[in-house]
Design a protein around this ligand. Structure first.
Ligand code: SF4
Length: 222
């Protein structure tokens, strides 16, 4: 059994093939840039919370005014909820998100001395912060190896047979087991961007995909 693999779990990943996939994606996506705009971990955390059920473009359209009005943890923790709701309204679910932003800022202020924590176990205790958001902050806010598993990473990983699970935590484990730690951030970012721009949910662009000849799902999308 491979190191780090839970008993009874079947490996579905062929390491050389994942290596090949990541190598090809590195040529098609040389710079796997984060598409949310942010200047520090706090802004990234807020932007990522806002990105749920929204697009990065929409989030980027509201964050300049939000951070202009409430530039840091203390300011956001004491912000009037109605003002935050007004500023973030275009991102959807704005009432719940506004409540989360105030409560998570308050938690960072009172429990973490005003600094966004840089440990998974601390980040996931913040209101509105799940494992995916925490991984985004670790990877892109702090440069700590992590694999955020979002809807694009799930779809691409399953189509490429990198996993057979639909559970984001299992998919994260499957990917981590076959990637060197140093490639987690760039590799997962490339899988995400590939899903966002090429391996689309309804109509993937298979004829132009760099993985077309090694993708087991290619035949499903003529
Ligand atoms: S060949 Fe099609 S299904 Fe396979 S990864 Fe590329 S776009 Fe996705």
């Amino acid at each position: 059994m491979m190191k780090g693999m839970p008993p009874g779990r079947k490996r579905n990943v062929s390491p050389p093939r994942l290596k090949e996939i990541l190598s090809r994606l590195a040529s098609s996506i040389p710079v796997p840039r984060m598409e949310l705009d942010f200047r520090n971990p706090f802004e990234l955390l807020v932007a990522t919370v806002l990105s749920a059920q929204s697009t990065d473009r929409t989030v980027n359209s509201v964050t300049p005014a939000l951070f202009g009005a409430f530039p840091d943890v203390p300011a956001l923790s004491r912000a009037p909820v109605s003002k935050i709701e007004e500023l973030i309204r275009p991102t959807g679910f704005f009432r719940r998100k506004a409540e989360h932003l105030i409560r998570l800022s308050e938690a960072i202020r009172t429990r973490f001395g005003g600094a966004v924590p840089d440990r998974m176990e601390d980040l996931v205790t913040l209101p509105g912060v799940g494992r995916k958001t925490a991984s985004v902050v670790l990877a892109h806010g702090f440069g700590i190896p992590a694999i955020p598993v979002d809807t694009h990473v799930i779809r691409v990983s399953r189509r490429l047979n990198l996993t057979q699970s639909e559970d984001p935590v299992v998919i994260e484990d499957d990917l981590k087991a076959e990637m060197s730690r140093s490639s987690w951030i760039a590799g997962s970012s490339r899988l995400l961007l590939h899903g966002r721009y090429v391996c689309l949910a309804r109509k993937p662009l298979c004829p132009t995909c760099v993985l077309e000849d090694i993708c087991p799902s290619r035949s499903i999308f003529p």
